[in-house]
Design a protein around this ligand. Structure first.
Ligand SMILES: [Zn+2]
Length: 234
């Protein structure tokens, strides 16, 4: 998964929606919760059961990292006061595969290991908890719509939907295509497998994106021709 630099500038194109309310201070807690206080900070944990499951990508002599001390208060995310700029707002057209009046879908700058990896953003600079009711209701419809559109790519068994949001304050939901037949890739390790598998060939990657964009645009909005991959920063 890539990280995105971000900036807190609203596009202002959706004036009928409520104004952004995500300009709140970053997590300001300074003392560990009871949960954090009882964690074995500085100790090495034993290998968990999942390390022996067939879906686990690694084998051999593994050890779990020592738990770092808590970082409180947490640093601001991109798009929050004191944080870096919001990627989505500072580069509103970059990597946009499809857009309508409320939502847009972006792809990564380069192919990765899975047939398709996409992100769903609200056009406005809003995080999940800040979505007004009408947008939150439409969010469910968009998740279903994009999940079905990703299945326009040949051989997609399932679309995994994930929202983390620890890096950026502008809501972005990940959609990962799990290839049919690759049973070993099922479940929670799929995002790691995306980094491990060989990158999809460029022409196939572009064709997959075109199919997804066309499937989305069939129900409204506008699809863009995907652009050639950006040079890999290494
Ligand atoms: Zn933003």
């Amino acid at each position: 998964m890539i990280r995105m630099g971000e900036r807190s500038v609203s596009r202002g194109t959706l004036s009928r929606m409520t104004s952004p309310t995500s300009q709140v201070p970053p997590t300001s807690r300074t003392e560990p919760s009871a949960f954090v206080a009882r964690l074995p900070i500085g100790e090495r944990l034993p290998l968990p059961e999942i390390a022996h499951w067939d879906i686990f990508p690694f084998e051999g002599d593994l050890q779990i990292k020592v738990l770092d001390p808590p970082l409180l208060p947490e640093p601001p995310r991109a798009g929050e006061p004191g944080g870096s700029e919001c990627f989505a707002c500072s580069e509103p057209e970059r990597g946009v595969l499809w857009r309508d009046e409320h939502w847009h879908v972006r792809y990564l700058p380069q192919p990765t290991g899975l047939p398709a990896v996409l992100m769903l953003f609200p056009n406005q600079h809003l995080d999940l908890d800040d979505l007004p009711d009408d947008l939150a209701a439409g969010f469910g419809l968009m998740i279903r719509r994009l999940s079905k559109a990703v299945q326009a790519v040949d051989g997609v068994a399932r679309v995994h939907v994930n929202r983390w949001g620890d890096g950026g304050a502008h809501l972005h939901v990940w959609f990962l295509a799990r290839p049919a037949g690759m049973w070993q890739l099922r479940g929670t390790c799929l995002a790691i497998w995306d980094d491990l598998l060989p990158p999809v060939p460029v022409e196939e990657w572009l064709d997959n994106l075109r199919r997804i964009g066309a499937a989305l645009a069939a129900d409204g909005g506008t699809a863009n021709e995907p652009v050639q991959p950006e040079p890999n920063p290494g």
